[in-house]
Design a protein around this ligand. Structure first.
Ligand code: MG
Length: 175
């Protein structure tokens, strides 16, 4: 069994812009992210991104745009991410249990990588990230968003300002 950090993307790895991020010129990796991922990887965690990208089903951008952003992300994080799952759906267009706060995307990762949820964590900035994580019973760290439409979830275990702080909590809790 493996332990894993499930990572939301926008607002955790790259800067939240308050709108869809799908162009490379808008894709700004947050300071400290590559170093944090390295620390988590060195501690033996799998690193799996689970991201809602409903702009695809809305026709605002394509899977190819997302792929390019994810290749850019991997290049700038020394290919430390083990996998990236995305949910392209939106309930106004196609219902899906993949989209957070539902859990199918995470459950697929659990099955694929034989993940032990009792040793695993979710880091996200939206209440929906935390809700999804609680359904599968992983521990949660919520990054406090600078955007008003993302309140803190009552279900979160910890609150931090960025992935670097989340990393320090995770590493001190698991040692
Ligand atoms: Mg987010």
């Amino acid at each position: 069994m493996n332990k894993c950090i499930f990572l939301d993307r926008d607002g955790v790895l790259n800067r939240e812009r308050g709108t869809y991020t799908y162009r490379l010129e808008d894709f700004e990796i947050i300071e400290g992210v590559p170093e944090s991922l390295k620390q988590l990887k060195d501690a033996g965690y799998l690193l799996v991104v689970v991201t809602n990208q409903s702009g695809i089903s809305k026709g605002l951008y394509t899977r190819e745009d997302v792929k390019k952003c994810h290749e850019y992300l991997q290049e700038h994080c020394n290919h430390l991410l083990d996998d990236l799952f995305m949910a392209p759906y939106h309930p106004t267009i196609t219902a899906s249990l993949s989209r957070k706060p539902d859990t199918w995307m995470i459950e697929k990762a659990i099955a694929k990588y034989q993940i032990d949820v009792s040793q695993s964590w979710m880091v996200g900035d939206s209440p929906t990230d935390i809700e999804a994580a609680k359904k599968i019973q992983v521990k949660t760290v919520q990054i406090e968003s600078t955007y008003e439409h993302k309140p803190l979830s009552a279900l979160r275990d910890y609150t931090v300002q960025d992935l670097y702080q989340a990393t320090q909590i995770i590493l001190s809790s698991s040692s």
